[in-house]
Design a binder for this molecule. Structure first.
Ligand SMILES: [Zn+2]
Length: 363
């Protein structure tokens, strides 16, 4: 079974308005799920638009993350109120929680991403974390969302940091899928990898313009938010499970095991993981182009104010056995690190990270 895309996608400036008639047709009693205080006005508008059409709407917020505690609590609310659907409106954690809960209760999920930080509005996958934000596992779902509403005006209201984070996460698609899957003899997988290459090129060419320019009359901003929220999801849909993540996400998952004073966004951590993956490829796979790629990525990452080392994520790897904790989790049995076409040991990860953190990164 291949889960390529949401059933219906609305995109553009008035996507939410255009989606409404379709939504009324499909559901009668949705729960609107969110989290951040910054998005409460938008979620209120979403609820009011639905109430005006006599839908029975209530709302709930995640208190922590896409974690079992929140999932159980929200499930209970849905069962008590007899809701027939979930409208998940927010960032990646909210979208993942909405999709996962909808799957458990066998009701449809409508995703309304409120930033460009993620392609979670598109995919049939949820990442589960602890309530402190430590990655536990990713869960493949049996369908993509029923409707995806990618409203540009909603996304304009998100903090700029979320766009930078989405760019870093989408960049990883090429570097991870090309190394894990380019030898797979399957046309769709090959085409998905090629889309991820074009996606990377567009992010490298237009990423800075999208980040620095105004929203109005900035075609780069439109191109890049859609690259992060839609195209990155399409790559996963066409490539399927064979078009895999690799070291960048494995290292992300490991870094989340250490609770840092400030929380960083998924893509901000994946960006650091991506630089480390390239160093690993250079060391273990004799990839002569890796250093060039690192330099190229660093230029963009600095322009986007993205962190480029683990210490910039507020973690000193040389304290509290942090380096061992990261290496252990990166190399655990079910880790994506094992999709790399070469063996990687804990010692390799320790060496790569220690060297990386000790160097002063210069462009
Ligand atoms: Zn990701």
């Amino acid at each position: 079974m291949q889960l390529i895309s949401p059933e219906i996608i609305f995109r553009g400036d008035d996507a939410w308005k255009k989606a409404l008639p379709q939504i009324y047709k499909l559901i009668r009693s949705p729960l609107v799920l969110g989290r951040s205080i910054h998005t409460s006005n938008l979620r209120e508008r979403i609820s009011n638009d639905l109430k005006n059409k006599n839908l029975n709407v209530s709302s709930a917020n995640l208190l922590f993350d896409c974690c079992h505690e929140d999932i159980l609590r929200v499930k209970d609310i849905i069962l008590k109120n007899n809701h027939d659907s979930i409208i998940a409106a927010g960032g990646g954690k909210v979208l993942d929680a909405g999709k996962y809960i909808a799957e458990c209760l066998d009701i449809p999920c409508i995703t309304v991403p409120l930033s460009a930080s993620t392609c979670a509005g598109w995919t049939a996958l949820s990442n589960i974390y602890t309530k402190n934000g430590q990655f536990i596992k990713d869960v493949p779902l049996s369908s993509c969302p029923k409707i995806l509403v990618y409203d540009h005006k909603f996304i304009q209201t998100a903090p700029l940091r979320t766009l930078a984070s989405g760019i870093a996460d989408a960049l990883a698609k090429w570097y991870e899928s090309s190394i894990t899957s380019s030898t797979i003899d399957d046309g769709l997988v090959q085409q998905a990898i090629q889309i991820s290459r074009v996606l990377r090129d567009q992010l490298l060419i237009e990423g800075e313009q999208a980040f620095k320019g105004q929203f109005e009359n900035n075609p780069s901003w439109r191109n890049i938010i859609e690259a992060c929220g839609l195209t990155a999801g399409l790559v996963g849909g066409i490539g399927g499970e064979k078009c895999r993540t690799a070291a960048a996400h494995a290292i992300h998952n490991a870094i989340t095991q250490i609770i840092a004073p400030n929380k960083f966004l998924h893509g901000e951590i994946v960006g650091v993981g991506l630089l480390l993956q390239l160093r690993l490829e250079e060391m273990k796979n004799n990839n002569k182009l890796a250093d060039q790629s690192i330099k190229q990525l660093l230029v963009l990452m600095k322009q986007l104010d993205l962190p480029t080392t683990i210490s910039e994520l507020g973690i000193n790897v040389f304290e509290n056995k942090n380096l061992e904790i990261i290496a252990d989790f990166t190399c655990r049995d079910k880790s994506e690190i094992h999709f790399l076409p070469f063996e990687t040991s804990k010692q390799d990860i320790i060496e790569v990270i220690a060297n990386f953190e000790q160097q002063k990164i210069k462009i």
